[in-house]
Design a protein around this ligand. Sequence first.
Ligand code: FE2
Length: 427
Amino acid sequence: MLIRNACLPDGRRGIDLLVQHGRIAALAPALPAPEDVTEIDARGWLLSPPFVDAHFHMDATLSYGLPRINVSGTLLEGIALWGELKPQLTQDALVERALRYCDWAVAQGLLAIRSHVDVCDERLLAVDALLHVKERVAPYLDLQLVAFPQDGLLRSAGALANLKRALDRGVEVVGGIPHFERSMAEGAESVRLLCELAAARGLRVDMHCDESDDPLSRHIETLALHTQRLGLQGRVTGSHLTSMHSMDNYYVSKLLPLLHESGVHAVANPLINITLQGRHDSYPKRRGMTRVPELMAAGVNVGFGHDCVLDPWYSLGSGDMLEVAAMGLHVAQMTSQQGMQQCFDAVTVNNARILGLQGYGLEVGCRADFVLLQARSPVEAIRLRAPRLLVVRGGHVLARAPERMVTLDLPSRPGGVDFTLPLHASR
Ligand code: FE2
């Protein structure tokens, strides 16, 4: 396959990309065409590495309304509602919903997902279902699973044993939820236990951490401490971190360098936390997102996750990481050119680092995984939630869509409407 005339996220234009044996063999202007190659004209559109979601819950997705709808809209009612649904879950229904979501993901150029899977269930029904799904989708989507003790590692009877059983069955990342344990001390103890477990097994860690509006919820500090102590730098992620929004500024000025020093990744989930957090406030209502630009400025790798789609916590969503980037950009007020570009990175390269994906990127030797977007730049892709014209994995086309074009019926303005901007304006 030879892609002709694409632009790249770093601003290069008129680039050709040659695929051989499932890898990127060349990337340069005006490449000579080998024999028998299929040429695809990118027409100047943006060729990007695929979207990556660093934080999702595939066991709950597409269950909206089962067995009822979250009335208060809070995280805690969502957890209670999920608890009501759990006994009614069946393996077939879990698999069917997850596979359907993976179809949506692929159609939108989302080819790698880290999903938490609830292990607080003696049957480990969701674990087995998602391990099956992981195998089914492996030819076209990387699904990385996190053993997540939703009801608390220490608070929920049997959670630690179930979590270990899930790891034994092939779940590859250790999860946690320290802010949901019974006390701050037990939360800290759960972080220690889980980090030690991960270190002993050579696994990565990704914890739901401080997902509250409590300025004193400081498990991220404990997570950074144990990451350093156990030599887990680069392998640990703190997800949500919403309490950082409410923390004292002086304390944060100490915390940010600590996070950088310990090599902890951060994941914000803007769509979910802008709706879940601040629910106990009257006005002004706090924004429910961690301090993304400040974390990035401190040198911390920050990704954005979708977190939920049509489940007990979120009633919308479609697997579109450009929607996630757009919400993150707005909530964090990252409206500068650099800020908007960073939001695109937060749903592509930054998330790939969090998952530890090998061979990811648009460079010679990388896997030939990419998506062609009907936009001239990453910023324009976010602005337009650009159509995904072509989704390719290992050199094989997984999805195609026509260019979006609307024809107006205005006699004084003949022709179609093109929402992209002239080149000079789209930079
Ligand atoms: Fe989550």
